[in-house]
Design a protein around this ligand. Structure first.
Ligand code: ADP
Length: 484
């Protein structure tokens, strides 16, 4: 199997009711490679008509799909898992071409996404229920779990395969039909994943995908349709809030994975090598374009110099380039807007007193590249302290006391993840308890795991993806009273 990108075997159409098809008005939009600025494909540009056909198909398919057996659904997920693994190189090449991440990271994402499918193939057959008797003994109480119904799935561009898999897998496991709108910047990986579900035997109409450059029209149609019973969204807090407002009109179940502003805390007693290693993962994975990316580094004053020097040295050794080329550690950012934002945040931090340890430049030539950057002495009024950087920029601030750093870490409207490095069990548990986040990395820079509940508190979101609770987002509890 080739690991290079092959434009002749891409899916670029809409998938509605089990049929690949053009947009009803024939329109397409271009997909660009962010490393070269070349257009690599033209993808169907769905509109309101296509959105309507997709949600109608999902609505029609729900009754039969909701009655499918757990084993049927588990087997489809298991086959999809195996197909994703068998297609690792092809999927990784597509992902790198449209999103920019290095091939090794793209393969890692394929493995993570595939594991979501396997995890939920195992969860599908374990949807339980309960039974009890009323306190007066007159009623048997039978509790069952039913699929929520047709779901609207909207995903971002930063993990084009994993974000789709994380939503489609539990929806399939629970017996829900879906209308899916992947990010317009990275539709090709999602379309390839949808075709894998077709090959795995998912019945027509269960998973429908509409790519579009006008997200508000397509998703807005689904949200107001009255047919969709749930929305599962990963993306910006701004769009998440908009969808929550739309969901209110039809009282739709809502799962939201929104922005983050992760603190990365290095306490005085931390193992600095471990902390630097964790920092590399928490900051540099996906070029920093992750909602779990460490956004604010708080390092105890007694170790800040040692940590900063070692971290900056490792960062400066990273190879920046086209992710499709061997040896590349850091690919381009996704688009010009993201690049301009990162540059502006660095300029702002420097103007407020930060010091540049490495990076801070934009390499010549095509592609949206930014040199991996470490800033130290970053002041708390710098904009990047309250803005998701979404780029390869680490901002370090020194602190003196644990109370002070807890206050700083929690002083944000977001609460997705926090990282803490310490060799003390007591301190680790204190920070785990007191950080206002949905996930904590203790002496690790990586928390994503299919077996774990991924999600945030505060404005980072609602609900969890993965783990034992992941499937519950797609199930309703029904209770039947039985007279005895
Ligand atoms: P990002 O800033 O990471 O691109 P967005 O929240 O803008 O995050 O995008 C995440 C997903 O939300 C994408 O699939 C995008 O097309 C979609 N989206 C953007 N605007 C809207 C909208 N008004 N309604 C529904 N979906 C939207």
């Amino acid at each position: 199997m080739s690991s290079s990108f092959d434009p002749t075997i891409l899916h670029t159409d809409l998938f509605i009711d089990g049929v690949w098809q053009k947009a009803s008005n024939g329109a397409t939009f271009p997909v660009e490679n962010p490393a070269t600025n070349e257009v690599i494909a033209h993808v169907a540009n769905g509109g309101a008509d296509d959105a309507a056909r997709a949600i109608e198909a999902a609505g029609r398919a729900q009754a039969a799909w909701g009655k499918s057996t757990a084993r049927e659904r588990a087997d489809i997920l298991r086959r999809a898992f195996e197909l994703v693994i068998a297609n690792t190189d092809r999927l990784a090449a597509i992902m790198t071409a449209e999103m920019g991440k290095p091939l090794a990271e793209a393969r890692g994402e394929v493995a993570y996404g595939a594991e979501m499918l396997r995890w939920f193939s195992e969860e599908a057959v374990r949807i339980g229920g309960d039974s009890t008797t009323s306190t007066d003994g007159n009623t048997r109480i039978m509790i069952t779990q039913e699929p929520v119904g047709p779901c609207v799935l909207v995903t971002p561009w930063n993990f084009p395969l994993a974000m789709g898999a994380r939503k489609i897998a539990p929806a399939v496991a629970a017996g829900c039909t879906m209308v899916f709108k992947p990010a317009e910047l990275t539709p090709l990986t999602s379309l390839a994943l949808v075709d894998i579900f077709r090959q795995a035997g998912l019945p027509d109409g269960v998973l429908n995908v509409v790519t579009t450059s006008t997200a508000a029209t397509v998703v807005g149609h689904w949200m107001s349709s009255g047919t969709a019973r749930k929305v599962s969204f990963t993306g910006s807090t701004e769009v998440g809030k908009l969808l929550l407002r739309q969901a209110a009109d039809n009282v739709m179940r809502s799962s939201m994975e929104l922005g983050g502003n992760a603190p990365f805390i290095v306490l005085a007693d931390a193992d600095i090598e471990k902390a630097v290693d964790g920092a590399m993962k928490a900051k540099m994975r996906n070029m920093g374009e992750a909602c779990t990316a460490a956004n604010r580094f708080f390092v105890h004053r007694s170790v800040v110099e040692e940590f900063s020097e070692k971290f900056a040295k490792k960062i400066s050794e990273l190879q920046v380039g086209n992710g499709a080329q061997a040896g590349t550690d850091v690919g381009p950012l996704i688009e010009q807007k993201g690049l301009d934002k990162v540059q502006a945040l660095v300029t702002d931090a420097l103007s407020k007193g930060a010091r540049l340890l490495t990076g801070g430049t934009r390499p010549e030539g095509p592609g949206y590249f930014f040199t991996p950057t470490v800033l130290t002495d970053v002041t708390t009024d710098a904009e990047l302290m309250s803005t998701e950087i979404f780029g390869p920029v680490a901002a370090i601030t020194a602190f003196d006391s644990e109370d002070e750093v807890l206050h700083l870490a929690n002083d944000t409207e977001w609460g997705l993840v926090g990282y803490v490095f310490t060799e003390s069990m007591d301190k680790a548990l204190r920070f785990s308890r007191e950080l206002e986040v949905g996930m904590v990395g203790l002496n690790t820079g990586l928390v994503s795991n299919p077996a774990a509940p991924f999600g945030g508190v505060k404005q980072s979101g609602l609900g969890r993806e993965g783990g034992k609770v992941g499937i519950e987002e797609f199930l309703e509890t029904k209770y039947t009273a039985i007279a005895v």
